[in-house]
Design a protein around this ligand. Structure first.
Ligand code: FES
Ligand code: FE2
Length: 415
C-alpha cells in the first residue's frame, strides 16, 4: 500500500493525467518520490526474476540480489531445493552474504558470527545466554518459485498467483531443457536511466533499424506472426517456419499473458538459427535432446523485470533491477547445454558479441531517453503501432500503482 496522503494524491493525480498509449508523465521517470513508490508498489509486490537455478547447482551455492534496500539470498539447500531469505542477520541486522555469488555450508554473519543453516535456521550464536531460544531467530524467508529453471522471488506478504504464467510458458520453454544447462557467460551493466525506460526500450523494435546492426543481422523486427507492418517476405518466413515447428510439436502462437507477460516463438531471418554474427549456431551441442537447430527464438517477457530468449543452442536471460531513480542494473546470462565444452562446442565471444553490442546500444538509448525526459520541454508522446507492448507495459504499471492506492472512499474518509 502506498503510504502518506500527499504521495497518494500525487500518484492519483499522475494516474489521472496519464493517457493510455502515450509515454508516462515526467514524474514517473524522474521523481525520487515516485521511485520509492515503484520499489514499494511494483518491486515489493511482484515476482522478480532472480537467476536460473543452474547458477546455484550444488548445496550451499548462493546468489544475492538487491531489491531496493532489501537484499535477498537465493540458495540451494541440502535437499536440492531452491530457497530465498532476506540477507539480514537476526542479531543486529547486518548484511550476511557480501558477495554476489558464492558457496557456503553455513551462512556466517561477518559482524559477530551468528551462523545460519541452508534452511535459514539459526545454528550458532556464541556467548548468548543458555536460555536463548535460537528457534526464534531464523532468517526471514522470501517467496521463491522455480518455473522451467527460472527462479523468481518475491518479498511481498502475499505475492500474485503464478500458476497461469507457469501453465502458459512451460510448453514453450520445457523443450529447451533449461534444467540441463550451465552458465557460459554473465554480464552486468548499469544503465543511466529509470528502470521503466530500460523495459520500454526492450518492448519495441521500432528503434532497431536505426541502432542495432549486429542484432538485425539475424533478428526479425516484427513481433507478431500477423504483424500489420510485416513484409511479404516475413509472412513467407512465418508460414514456412511455423509449419516446421508444428511438425515438431513446438508451440509458437503467442500465449495470452494480458499485460503481465508474453511468450511467442518467432523465426530468425532465413538461413540464421542463432544470435551470432553470421547466424550459425553459437553452440554445436544443442539444448536438451533437440536435434533441429532451426527453432527460431522463444521470446518470453514478464513484467516488471525480465525478458528471455530460448534458442535451439543457448538461452539468454535478462534481469532488470533498479538502483536509483536514474540508474538501473541489467544482468545478462547466457546458458548452454550442461555437457557443452567451451572452446570445443562454443566460443564465448561468438555467442555473446551480438547481445553485448545490443545491450550497450540500448543502454545508450535509454540514457538519452532519460536525459531528454528531464527537460521542461518533455511531454508524454504517442506510442507507434509497433510499440503496442509499451502500451501494455504502461497499462500494467498504472494498474499496479492504482492497486496500491487505498480505495477513494478510504482516502476521503481520512481527509
Ligand atoms: S549482526 Fe549478525 S551476528 Fe551480530
Ligand atoms: Fe534495442
Amino acid at each position: 500500500m502506498i503510504r502518506g496522503e500527499h504521495i497518494q494524491e500525487l500518484v492519483q493525480d499522475l494516474l489521472d493525467q496519464r493517457r493510455a498509449g502515450f509515454s508516462l508523465p515526467q514524474a514517473f521517470y524522474v521523481d525520487p518520490a515516485l521511485y520509492e513508490v515503484d520499489l514499494d508498489a511494483v518491486f515489493g509486490a511482484e515476482w522478480l526474476f532472480a537467476c536460473n537455478a543452474c547458477e546455484i547447482p550444488k548445496s550451499g551455492d548462493y546468489l544475492t540480489l538487491e531489491i531496493g534496500v532489501n537484499s535477498i539470498v537465493v540458495l540451494r539447500d541440502r535437499e536440492g531445493g531452491v530457497r530465498a531469505f532476506h540477507n539480514t542477520c537476526r542479531h543486529r541486522g547486518s548484511r550476511i552474504c557480501t558477495k554476489e555469488t558464492g558457496r557456503a555450508s553455513v551462512l556466517v554473519c561477518p559482524y559477530h558470527q551468528w551462523s545460519y543453516g541452508l534452511d535459514g535456521a539459526l545454528r550458532g550464536a556464541r556467548q548468548m545466554p543458555k536460555d536463548f531460544d535460537r528457534s526464534d531467530y531464523g532468517l526471514v524467508p522470501a517467496h521463491v518459485e522455480t518455473i522451467c529453471g527460472m527462479v523468481y522471488v518475491s518479498i511481498a506478504d502475499d505475492p500474485p498467483d503464478l500458476s497461469g504464467f507457469r501453465r502458459a510458458v512451460t510448453p514453450f520453454i520445457a523443450p529447451h531443457a533449461p534444467e540441463r544447462t550451465k552458465v557460459a557467460h554473465v554480464t552486468t551493466i548499469v544503465e543511466e536511466a529509470n528502470w521503466k525506460l530500460v523495459i520500454e526500450n526492450n518492448r519495441e523494435c521500432y528503434h532497431c533499424a536505426g541502432n542495432h546492426p549486429e542484432l538485425l543481422a539475424t533478428l526479425v523486427e516484427f513481433a507478431l506472426p500477423d504483424d500489420p507492418a510485416g513484409t511479404a517476405e516475413f509472412q513467407g518466413l512465418i508460414d514456412a517456419k511455423t509449419a516446421k515447428w508444428d511438425g515438431l510439436g513446438l508451440p509458437h502462437r503467442p500465449a495470452d499473458g494480458g499485460d503481465a507477460f508474453r511468450c511467442i516463438r518467432l523465426p530468425f531471418h532465413e538461413g540464421a538459427v542463432s544470435f551470432t554474427p553470421d547466424g550459425r549456431p553459437a553452440c554445436a551441442k544443442l539444448l536438451g535432446d533437440l536435434t533441429e537447430p532451426d527453432l527460431g527464438s522463444v521470446r518470453m517477457f514478464r513484467a516488471p523485470n525480465n525478458w528471455n530468449h530460448f534458442l535451439s543452442d543457448h538461452i539468454i536471460h535478462f534481469r532488470v533491477l533498479p538502483l536509483s531513480v536514474d540508474r538501473t542494473a541489467l544482468r545478462t546470462t547466457w546458458l548452454v547445454h550442461e555437457d557443452a565444452v567451451e572452446g570445443v562446442d562454443y566460443d564465448v565471444e561468438t555467442m555473446t558479441s551480438v547481445w553485448t553490442a545490443t545491450n550497450r546500444q540500448d543502454a545508450d538509448l535509454a540514457a538519452l531517453n532519460h536525459r531528454g525526459i528531464r527537460s521542461k520541454a518533455y511531454r508524454p508522446g504517442p506510442y507507434a503501432p509497433s510499440e503496442f507492448m509499451l502500451t501494455q507495459f504502461t497499462d500494467w504499471y498504472a494498474g499496479k500503482l492504482a492497486a496500491a492506492l487505498p480505495p477513494p472512499a478510504m482516502r476521503m474518509a481520512a481527509e
